[in-house]
Design a binder for this molecule. Sequence first.
Ligand code: NAI
Ligand code: MG
Length: 378
Amino acid sequence: MTKKFKIAYMPGDGIGQDVLEASKLVLEKADFNVELIPLDIGFTIFEKEGDPLPERTIEALKECDAALFGAITSKPRSDPSVQSVEKKFGTTYRSPIVRLRQVFDLYSNMRPSKSYEGNPLNFRKIDGTVPNIDIVTFRENTEGLYAGIEFESLIPELKKLPNFASFQKRTGAKDEDIRVSCRVFSKGGCDRIIRKAFDYAKETGRNKVCVVHKANVIRATDGLFLETAKNIAGEYPNVEWWNENIDATAMWLMKRPEEYSVIVSSNMFGDIITDQAAMLTGGLGFAASASTSKDFGVFEPNHGSAPKYAGQDKVNPIAALKSMSLMWEWLGLTDLSEKLEKAIGQNVIEAKVRTYDMGGNSSTTDVAKDIARIFESS
Ligand code: NAI
Ligand code: MG
């Protein structure tokens, strides 16, 4: 008897429900001994209970091997629906995704961007050629500008800093007109994500890492990131590596994306370049991610809840299916992972069953069924 896996099933809001329902159709065909544990997360549950990530979800996740996650709706603090719920329950809305990452220390956000042969959405260069893109980005997921260390009113300590005083003098901004978001990096935080990228490059035989930063301007934090990369790179003599400023990467991704293989970057830069890389390889319907710690992982499509398509069985399930493939890979079930990857590739090449974003008119369920059929027969 193979190991029984306990997998959290968190569809969340909007199309999160549609795409996880679709994932089940493939899951059912897999030789995968699994107990799915449905758990609450998202805006709908926030409206009901005042918390988008109830304590019982966190506790249940601690008992699971991994989690499949759909998407959530999140709204700004100024939104009347947020304010009325906060008032009713006496709570404050906090992003359940950011919280999940922090509670479970999901420091590594791995995002593959791969062009499938025959995908009409693949990036085409000015000369008409379609490059073969296969990039895996490792984005630090718990630090940097998303660490949540922000000030909406000035703290006195800040005012004492000479460079802050000169900023205020130069801009003439009043105290109440200034807001501060801190970019905080730790040596350990840089170390573990960079190591993760180099290990991955070595283990997969990709042997190529590009370290993306802006160390010439953001000297303290990205200086640390680059310095750490230089030290770590020495431990991987067979991995070729280089470093680039984020703005150069944004440019070269449009010119010669096929030259990148593994990229590692900080939280916000990683977020932005992976959206760009996603658009080069099929858009949101194809973008998946694995957020992992040493012993837990949450696997999700990068898209949101797309409220206008919610419940319409219309959107592309491939991003969610790719997330499941990443989960199997992370669980060590490489055969299942590769089989699903191949089935997705086959569906794209056959060009018969496609959702609207790829120019087709098939439903979410139709595409998932087609991929499940190929998966089962291979
Ligand atoms: P979104 O990703 O939900 O949708 C933007 C547009 O992209 C859609 O209207 C649709 O045209 C297209 N799209 C998205 N997923 C698709 C798919 N699987 N197949 C085909 N087309 C697809 O982003 P939006 O509209 O900015 O945000 C909607 C809500 O989702 C907001 O409340 C936002 O805060 C939240 N959000 C949640 C995320 C998450 O749960 N990880 C990530 C991004 C946004
Ligand atoms: Mg993003």
